[in-house]
Each structure stands twice: as C-alpha cells, then as structure tokens.
Design a protein. Structure first.
Length: 506
C-alpha cells in the first residue's frame, strides 16, 4: 500500500501520439482522488466514472487519499480514453493488480458507470504509437478493434468491460487477441452518378476528368446551371483506383481522430463536399481541441466545392498552402498540429450570378460590374493552382434521354487508361504515392523533358497567353499525364496543345 504504480496510455497530438505514463499513489488520509498533469474537463470528470466503474465491477475502490499523475505534465491531455488506465493504475496501487501484470502494454478506453468500455477516438494513432515505442500489446474497446488491427506487428485485445480485463490480467479468464479481418465497412456515400456513360454528352469534360484522375490534377468546371457540372464532379471518385492497405490505414486514422468513425474502417476514397456556409476552421481544421478539417478528411480522396465563388474568400484562400504542400499546420497558443491534406480539388462555378453569361440560348441579366465582381471572388493565385479549367455547355434537349449502352464501355476504357497511366508513373517515380501533379520544378526537368520543338511551342504560347511561372509548369505536368495516358514516353507538341486548352486565360 502506498507504492507508486504506472500504466501506459497515449495522447494523440495531430496524427502522431505521445506515450503517457499514468502514475497512481495511495497514501493515508481522508478518502479523495486528485488528478494532476494538465488534463482537461473530460479527464477531471473521469473521477466519477472510475469510482462507479470499479464499484460496479465488484472490485474494491480504496478508501484512501489517491493521487493520479499524467506524465509528462507539460503536455496537454484531452479525451475520455484515460479512464481505463486511471482505473488500472488505481487498482494496482491499491494492491489488487501487480505492476508486472501491466508491463509492456498500452491501455485506452472510456468507462461507463457499470464498468463497460465505450469506443474512443484515435484508436489507430494509439496502436501505432504503442508499436513505434516498442510495446507489444494494446488494450482497446471492442468497437475500436477493427481500426486498431490495421496496424501490423502488434497484438490488439478488444476489451468489453473492466471486470473481464481485470480477470485477464490476473490470468483467470483469457481475452483472445484480435486479428485483422477482410470484412471492412464501406462508409462513403454512394452517388447516383457513378459512370461516365450515365452522363449525356460533355465529351471534353469527361476527357478532362480522366486526365485529372490519372495525374491527380485539380479541376474546375464552369458553365450554366443544369449543364451537368455536379454530375461530372460526382463521377470523379469512381475513376480513382481503390485504396491500398497502407492508404486505408492513413484515411481511417484521420477519420478516427475526427471522431466520426470510431468503429469502422474506411475502404473507399473519401469524397467530401462541405457546404458553402462552412467556416474556415471546419475546412482547414482546428478549434479549441484541434481536429482535422474537411481538407484532411478528404486526404487521398476528393474535395468537392460546389459553386466555389459562394464560399467566403478567407475560406478559399486558406486552400492555397495545402494545395501546394499537401499538408496543413494548425497553430494555437499552446500547441501546433499538422494533418495531411493530399486531396484532389474539383470545383464548379457559374460564369455570373444569374448563370447565363455567354449562353447562346438565354440572355444574361447581370451587369458587367456584377459579372466581374463575381468572377473575381476566385483570386488569381488560387486559380493558378487549378490545373484544368473546363467550360461545360448545356446539352441540346434532343440529345437527352437517348438510348445509351448498358455495357459501360466508356467508363471501362477510362479506368483502363487511368490504371495504365498510374502504372507508368509508379515505375517512373519508383513510388505509388507520387503523381505527375506533385512534381517539383527540378523533377520536371528530369522526368518531363521537352524537345526543342515542343519547348519553342510552349514558350510562344506562354508569352501570348501571359502565363505565370506556376501555370507554365502546370501545363507541362498536365501534358506529362496526357502523354502517359497515350502510352508515349516523350511529351510532344499535341500533348502541350491539349494541356494549354485547359488553362483559364483572363
């Protein structure tokens, strides 16, 4: 009695985690429980959950003065997953468990008043941190096991309640370790438009979608209302290759940290479509408890901004840095966290407030001042970061409801072209994670060289169109993807000519 006992847990900080030592000490004095170590309100409230859970699990809650310390003390702690390690530390310091029964293991879980263990957020981060710090076992709520077993080379135990865990640690009733299962949960919304063949006309826009999917390029669709921009955008996700096992881990990890996916494994590429009233924090992440925003939840998937000029300018400008760096850093007074943000941006917009500027069949009712003001809601630097801009025109009524083939030939061919282009890029860059859109300027010289004729053509076009340096390199990247789709090693003038068609000229 009175000895200090230690149980290990993890504090998720961004996408990484830090090992936390939950220390418990019981001494003589009036019965009380104090928790120190820079914990927040949720941790302070764990006193009552731990007390009730221990008593209702038919274990002895010590009638002594108890001090719990969460070390290192200078690191802010947040979350209810400290309930379980606090309860175990208390049981150990009161002599009901031995310290060696808790060695080389990490514990996390929220306790209910009856002693059962509820799911938590950040289970993948906890399991990864345990593995990276040399621990061989991790005990988590049963609902979090599917996520945690994505992490290999560590033994994961799914715990139902405090009593069963106590008996397992005492080697009286064994809890069997969990193993990865092939069954996964599909969490993405299914869209009614899944195939290119389901869209009437719009051949140029379909071609642009294939190029964007093959090279991971950002794309903007501009056109009159009802022309099919949103349908085209929702088709993009069905063109992307499936997530690899490593990518499933990355995506599930981020969604788990956000608190949205506590018990499921993400198997499809994310398709995030935040409303135009979303705040900057909702898009980039942050808050008093920094969490990933929409751009991080779209990591390795698609971020869809419908009617992009309607979004607040500050929200749109916050996209500029993650579009270049593929990460977002959220800084606060007492912390800084970094989340991945490697997403494809697809956006739509009307040419003017009424939507009919330039339409051959319907007259625009906007003044030129309103049209210019509307189009200027998208800044030049943001447009510069969009690789492909496609005008989407209305389809003649007589072409609608035509009989279409049910073989999905166009979509199947597009998937084959994208797969071949991705395979070429993987061999070229010796990495499945790198795409043409992520080439640096030095890598462009190495992997996308231009012949003298092609370079002269591009230079002449860039001078006439007054392209910025970023746009100049964007054209080369898109041309590199067009050449890959065609299966050609070198970038030729026709590839550059097509890529130049997709630049917005103001």
């Amino acid at each position: 009695m009175g000895s200090v006992c230690k149980v290990l847990s993890v504090a998720p900080i961004g996408v990484n985690g830090h090992i936390i030592e939950v220390e418990s000490d019981t001494t003589k004095g009036l019965p009380s429980l104090s928790i120190v170590g820079l914990g927040n309100k949720a941790i302070d409230e764990s006193k009552e959950r731990v007390r009730s859970a221990i008593s209702n699990s038919l274990l002895e809650y010590p009638a002594r003065r108890i001090t719990i310390n969460l070390a290192p003390a200078e690191l802010p702690k947040d979350g209810t997953h400290y309930d379980l390690p606090i309860a175990l530390a208390l049981l150990a310091s009161s002599g009901q468990l031995k310290q060696d029964e808790l060695e080389n293991a990490v514990f996390a879980g929220e306790l209910a008043l009856d002693g059962s263990i509820r799911p938590i957020t950040g289970a993948v981060t906890i399991a990864e941190t345990a593995k990276n710090t040399g621990h061989t076992k991790v005990y988590l709520p049963e609902a979090n096991v599917a996520q945690a077993t994505l992490v290999t080379d560590i033994t994961v135990y799914g715990v139902k309640d405090l009593k069963s865990l106590y008996l397992h640690l005492k080697k009286e009733v064994q809890i069997l370790p969990k193993h990865p299962t092939q069954k996964s949960t599909n969490t993405n919304n299914k869209h009614s438009i899944d195939y290119l063949d389901d869209i009437y006309g719009q051949e140029q826009a379909k071609r642009a979608l294939v190029i964007a999917a093959a090279g991971h390029h950002n794309i903007l669709l501009s056109g009159t209302p009802g022309a099919g921009k949103t349908m085209l955008a929702k088709t993009l996700n069905s063109l992307l290759p499936p997530l690899t096992a490593e990518e499933c881990l990355e995506v599930t990890k981020i969604h788990s940290l956000s608190g949205q996916r506590a018990d499921t494994v993400i198997t499809d590429r994310p398709f995030r479509a935040p409303h135009h009233t979303s705040s900057q924090v909702a898009l980039v992440g942050g808050g008093t408890r920094p969490r990933p925003g929409e751009i991080s939840l779209a990591h390795l998937g698609v971020l869809f901004l419908d009617e992009i000029p309607e979004y607040p300018r500050s929200v749109l400008e916050s996209l500029r840095q993650p579009l270049e760096d593929h990460i977002i850093s959220v800084s606060r007074a007492n912390s800084q966290v970094t989340y991945p943000a490697d997403f494809m941006l697809i956006a739509t917009m009307n040419p003017c407030p009424c939507g009919y500027y330039g339409d051959p069949e319907r007259e625009c009712t906007c003044s030129m001042t309103n049209i210019l003001a509307y189009q200027k809601r998208l800044s030049g630097p943001l447009l510069d970061r969009i690789d492909i801009v496609i005008p989407v025109s209305r389809i003649p009524h007589r072409e609608l409801l035509n009989e279409k083939s049910s073989t999905k030939e166009q979509h199947i061919k597009a998937l084959a072209d994208i797969k071949n282009a991705k395979t070429i890029q993987t061999k070229r860059y010796k990495s499945s994670k790198k795409s043409n859109n992520s080439l640096t300027n030095n890598e462009i010289k190495r992997f996308a060289p231009l012949s003298p004729t092609a370079k002269q053509f591009l230079d002449t076009a860039a001078d006439k169109l007054k392209l910025s340096a970023r746009s100049y390199f964007k054209v080369i990247k898109v041309a590199r993807t067009i050449a890959d789709i065609a299966g050609e090693k070198d970038i030729e003038t026709p590839h550059l000519a097509e890529a130049l068609q997709y630049r917005k000229v103001t």
